[in-house]
Design a protein around this ligand. Sequence first.
Ligand code: SF4
Length: 213
Amino acid sequence: MTEIKPIEPGSTTPLNGTPPSAPAGMTQAAMVKKAAPKTAYKPADVSPQRRVQRSYTVRLWAIRHSRLLEWFYARFADVFLMLHPLWNGIGYARVEAPVKFVEKRVKGIMFDCRMCGQCILSSTGMSCPMNCPKQLRNGPCGGVRANGNCEVEPDMPCVWVKAWEGSRNMVKGDAILNVQKPVDQSLRETSAWLRVTAQAAAARKTPSDGASA
Ligand code: SF4
């Protein structure tokens, strides 16, 4: 049996290096914290749990404000469509790189966009379905945890649980009920903004087709 030597004054570690057992009502972690030298330096909160939560902060903000973003995106799409003659004049292929550069960064920050090139955010409550580890585009799998988190990434809220919540705030939120086509992998890393604009411009040209993006 190891002999526990007395603790030196001002120290929590006995002379033989064995940490003392915590007194009743005090955890070992609390003892270590209490014994730590007091300085003005306060480290930033970098616990793994906080880091994980922080990594979803903007994504969750976007879902909570899905109605505002729906309104904003409709205006933004109109402006992009107004600029169709400009895109056409320069050439859609030529503007692809700079537009994609901006789109990737903006949507990356806002939605953790994976640049699938076939954006369906307006049908998924502003929750990007490509963040689902299984990349499901038509609702959640059967493995959603009781707390609403993903079965593959337990710290991440299920993107489809969040999609449903976001869709309930939106004017056209029932679009979440539409069946989505499988992902066309050949469109990866292309600009969804330009694709939607070109499609809307083409539809506008056809008098019989009044569809818009
Ligand atoms: S659906 Fe596709 S384009 Fe839209 S945010 Fe997600 S990865 Fe990006």
